[in-house]
Write a protein that binds this ligand. Structure first.
Ligand code: AMP
Length: 482
């Protein structure tokens, strides 16, 4: 299948050629004809699959009939609204719109918070056919009457599951209520909980289901490793992995995930002090700081970008060779989101996790979700129970106490999190090395999981918020056939 065979306009084919793409990705092959035909779509796809071009190209094709070089704002009303959960994702999607629409006289704007609203108002007043926006700032514009939705023909909701996680669903519903009823709607999500299904039910009409790479699948070209280590030795182990090549994969460009904003900043400063070019990206940084850090990382000026889950959501960094989980994520599905930054398009990738004994429940949840055990690698000097002078010093600093406190505060403010208070398992004194000669464990998600530590975990011990594990099609049985 080629782009020509998809029936795209010559202006779009030229832009695709300029971008250097030769063949459409599987989601593009599926989505482009359906969206061009004006149908609603429910898409199960993560970033890295080419989904942005998958919806942007047919959207531009549909709007091309309105393309006008007239300077009059009246000739450029908002025709398409694309909603994204984060500023970074909105900027990336907007960049795609700009790239693919370069040979068409269609205008677009990117609307997000944390920056002066006035230039955005000025752009909207000039007239823009395509608005890519985060929900909060878009509602600010509604309040200021700087945007009108009367002519909206297409709505795209990108990364709907993240919208839900970030508490944006009420904002989305307010925006939906303002849009014309006669419109095409597209919803993309990497995962489908009942809440997402309900939202889809309320906004889509007889949607076509598109699914690439089923949720909870892990890319085969990624090498997973966990390094058992006491939490107060993690920083030194990270520096060791970044400075000693043997066995730790490609460490030239590394995205490091941590659990808290405070932890991200603190770790980036520590790495910089150790002579490793690093910066942090998280929600408390200004938009300019985040953009600069991302650019510096992409261009290779900094080697390590330390990020929180929310800040890293949707980041599109080509050919990222290595993701390190400095802390394991609270939700096993976030492991898949995190490591999905590497091993794209069939390339080799490394997913390394620093695993402290108190995180054993999280690791067990991840292994159960990905249905495979992850190799444990021990490094002399960093094994559990190792005492070093640095460890004593770090303990005295009180940094970990502060970090624990911030973990607690961040958990409290997570609006969507309806879990009971997190269960902290008792520390485990010793994590046995996994003997490579042992047969590999075969996980059956429907049976109690026997962890490597010997404890039998029943479903009663699982966090209540674990999302349903069914494939999209099963969740949507009968969907759209009401
Ligand atoms: P996305 O999943 O939309 O975040 O896209 C991931 C990356 O794939 C982006 O860097 C796109 O520029 C790139 N991309 C999209 N479509 C294609 C294609 N057909 N061929 C090669 N690269 C593509």
């Amino acid at each position: 299948m080629t782009f020509d065979q998809l029936g795209l306009l010559p202006e779009l084919l030229r832009a695709i050629k300029d971008a250097g793409y030769t063949t459409p990705t599987p989601i593009q092959v599926q989505a482009i004809p359906i969206i061009m035909a004006g149908k609603d779509v429910m898409g199960g796809a993560q970033t890295g699959t080419g989904k942005t071009a998958g919806f942007t190209l047919p959207l531009l094709q549909r709007l091309a009939r309105h393309a006008s070089s007239s300077p009059s704002p009246a000739r450029h009303p908002v025709r398409a609204l694309i909603l994204a959960p984060t500023r970074e994702l909105a900027m990336q999607v907007h960049q795609s719109v700009v790239t693919y629409s370069k040979h068409l006289p269609l205008r677009s704007v990117c609307i997000y918070g944390g920056v002066d609203i006035r230039p955005q108002i000025a752009e909207l007043r000039e007239g823009r056919e395509i608005v890519v926006a985060t929900p909060g700032r878009l509602l600010d514009h509604v309040q200021q009457k700087s945007v009108s939705f009367n002519f909206v023909e297409v709505l795209v909701l990108d990364e709907a599951d993240r919208m839900l996680d970030m508490g944006f669903i009420p904002d989305i519903k307010r925006i939906l209520a303002m849009l014309p009823k006669e419109r095409q709607s597209l919803l993309f999500s990497a995962t489908f909980s009942n809440e997402i299904k309900n939202l889809a039910d309320s906004m889509l009409k007889a949607p076509q289901l598109i699914e690439v790479a089923r949720r909870n699948t892990v890319i085969e070209t990624i090498t997973h490793r966990v390094y058992p280590v006491a939490s107060d030795l993690k920083r030194s182990l990270l520096v060791h992995l970044l400075t000693h090549q043997e066995g730790s994969g490609n460490t030239q460009q590394v995205l490091v995930f941590v659990g808290t904003k405070f932890g991200a900043s603190r770790l980036a400063v520590y790495l910089a002090r150790q002579g490793i070019a690093a910066d942090a990206i998280h929600g408390d940084k200004s938009q300019q700081q985040r953009t600069e850090a991302l650019e510096a990382f992409k261009s290779g000026k900094i080697r390590v970008l330390v990020a929180t889950d929310v800040a890293a959501r949707g980041l599109d960094i080509d050919d990222l060779p290595h993701v390190i989980n400095y802390e394991l994520p609270h939700t096993a599905e976030d492991y898949i989101h995190r490591i999905g930054r590497t091993g794209r398009a069939g390339k080799q990738g490394d997913a390394t996790s620093l695993f402290a004994p108190e995180e054993s429940q999280r690791l067990a949840d991840i292994e159960r979700l990905i249905k495979r055990p992850i190799e444990r690698v021990e490094i002399t000097g960093f094994n559990i129970g190792t005492a070093t002078p640095e460890r004593g010093r770090e303990r005295g600093g009180g940094g970990h106490r502060r970090e624990h406190e911030e973990h607690r505060r961040e958990r409290e403010v997570k609006q969507h999190d309806r879990r009971p208070p997190p269960h902290l398992p008792a520390p485990v004194a010793h994590v046995p090395r996994l003997d490579p000669r042992l047969p590999r464990l075969d996980f059956d998600p429907n049976k109690p999981y026997v962890s490597k530590l010997g404890a039998v975990e029943t479903s009663a011990e699982k966090p209540a918020a674990t999302r349903p594990q069914k494939p999209v099609a099963a969740l949507l049985g009968g969907f759209g056939r009401k």
